[in-house]
Design a protein around this ligand. Structure first.
Ligand SMILES: *Cc1c(COP(=O)(O)O)cnc(C)c1O
Length: 418
């Protein structure tokens, strides 16, 4: 059949032409609308991964399309020798949403890693020679560039690329570990408020408040990586706002652009005065096109109450997921529409593959966690469809396990048939 041949063709092309650092592509997508995607065979999928928390207002949202088209036709790029109206408007909007007040400033880059690279340099500027130490949390993810990889406390990811940029030390995510590590030689503490890549692991209750107090006491910056949690995903504009703290800097990317590449470092108070002319820059960063699109995405999130929707739909989803009929679900974690579904067995990859077969896009954050990060626009229709597809998926996987795995069969038989 023609369709089957086409499928083989793109798999071959991808296998031959694309960098091998990503695994085999699971589908070839050609179109999206709202929370739905269509593949090259015309099959429809419910997208509950949202491009990894990127498609905050869904696919092909009219506000996104309009912003891209209008700004592209007007002015896309002029370099940072010049200002543009959308860039200034987005900087002011991000300051307002983050609550920096007058003294805040915004640096624009093109990705999460670039936002965190800027934050790393901010930490060095603050530290100077007196404060060479930078603290980060074990298993948090901050990016793949050499600087952000040095901040990412995962030995397996760092190992092929050592030596790392020096100065970074990793801590367990406990207040005790932080208290023990902090002294007046620490320039900054980096935290990921919910460790998305590690399996949607929230920080312990009270951690951010304690981190704020302890870093302030020692004169260290508190830098919050909101690249996955920002843009309203957790039911606040930024996850740090749940804790009622004021950090020194916040990094954003992913959901801010709704699919257009953009990242930013937002600084608060005195941290806003650390960069001085010549200390950092980017050719593309904050160009008129990217900032017009991000401005339109944030405007749509605000106008349609999607931050509140993320909170309400997140709670609704978690309750419903926990009520599903499957021994494979051990519980849920997260905040708003960043949800980790803990599995009772390390079969997240098999569940993800089976979900694709059923027309549902989800993600295996690790062996025993499914991550979902759907568009913030979802309502009852998408949630009901997700629950049905996910239940079917779990039933299929459970059945396959029973057939393949004698232990699984044994565990389902009466323990002691007296
Ligand atoms: C995705 C992510 C990054 C890296 O962003 P890129 O755009 O992939 O460079 C950094 N930190 C966190 C918390 C992320 O989720």
């Amino acid at each position: 059949m023609a369709n089957a041949t086409e499928t083989i063709d793109w798999q071959e092309d991808a296998g031959r032409d694309l960098v091998r650092s990503f695994g085999p592509r699971m589908a070839m997508f050609v179109r999206g609308e709202g929370a739905y995607l269509w593949d090259d065979q015309g099959r429809r999928y419910l997208d509950f991964l949202g491009g990894i928390a990127v498609n905050s207002i869904g696919h092909a949202h009219p506000a996104f399309v309009e912003a891209v088209a209008t700004q592209a036709a007007r002015l896309a790029h002029v370099s940072n020798y010049f200002a543009t109206p959308p860039q200034l408007a987005l900087a002011a909007r991000l300051k307002r949403l983050a609550g920096t007040g007058e003294s805040g400033r915004v640096y624009f880059g093109n990705s999460g890693a670039e936002a965190n690279e800027a934050a790393f340099k901010l930490a060095r500027l603050h530290g100077g020679s007196d404060r060479p130490r930078i603290l980060a949390l074990r298993n948090a993810f901050h990016g793949r560039t050499m600087g952000t990889l040095a901040l990412t406390g995962k030995a397996a990811m760092q190992e092929p690329f050592s030596p790392m940029v020096p100065g970074v030390e990793f801590l367990d995510s406990t207040v005790d570990a932080l208290e023990a590590a902090l002294d007046d030689r620490v320039a900054a503490l980096f935290v990921e408020p919910i460790k998305g890549e590690a399996g949607v692991l929230p920080l312990p209750e009270g951690y951010l408040a304690a981190a704020r107090e302890l870093t302030a006491r020692h004169g260290a910056l508190l830098i919050v990586d909101e690249i996955q949690t920002g843009a309203g995903r957790t039911g606040e504009w930024f996850a740090f706002q749940h804790a009622g703290i004021v950090p020194d800097a916040v990094t954003v990317a992913k959901g801010i652009g709704g699919g257009f590449p953009i990242g930013a470092l937002i600084t608060f108070g005195a941290a806003s005065e650390l960069f001085y002319p010549g200390t950092h820059g980017s050719t593309f960063g904050g160009n008129a096109l990217a900032t017009a699109v991000a401005g339109a995405v944030l405007e749509e999130i605000e106008r349609s109450g999607l931050v509140e929707n993320a909170a309400a739909r997140g709670a609704q989803l978690r309750e419903a997921i926990e009520a599903l009929d499957s021994d494979l679900i051990a519980g849920t974690r997260g905040e708003g529409l960043l949800i980790g579904i803990a599995l009772s067995r390390p079969i997240a990859k098999a569940v993800t593959a089976a979900a694709m077969e059923n027309g549902l896009v989800i993600n295996a954050a690790n062996d025993d966690t499914i991550r979902i990060a759907p568009p913030l626009t979802i309502g009852d229709v998408e949630i009901d469809e997700f629950l049905e597809l996910f239940q079917t998926t779990l039933t299929t996987v459970a059945h396959a396990l029973l057939l393949d795995d004698p232990d699984a069969t044994a565990s389902r038989l009466p323990k002691d048939p007296a």
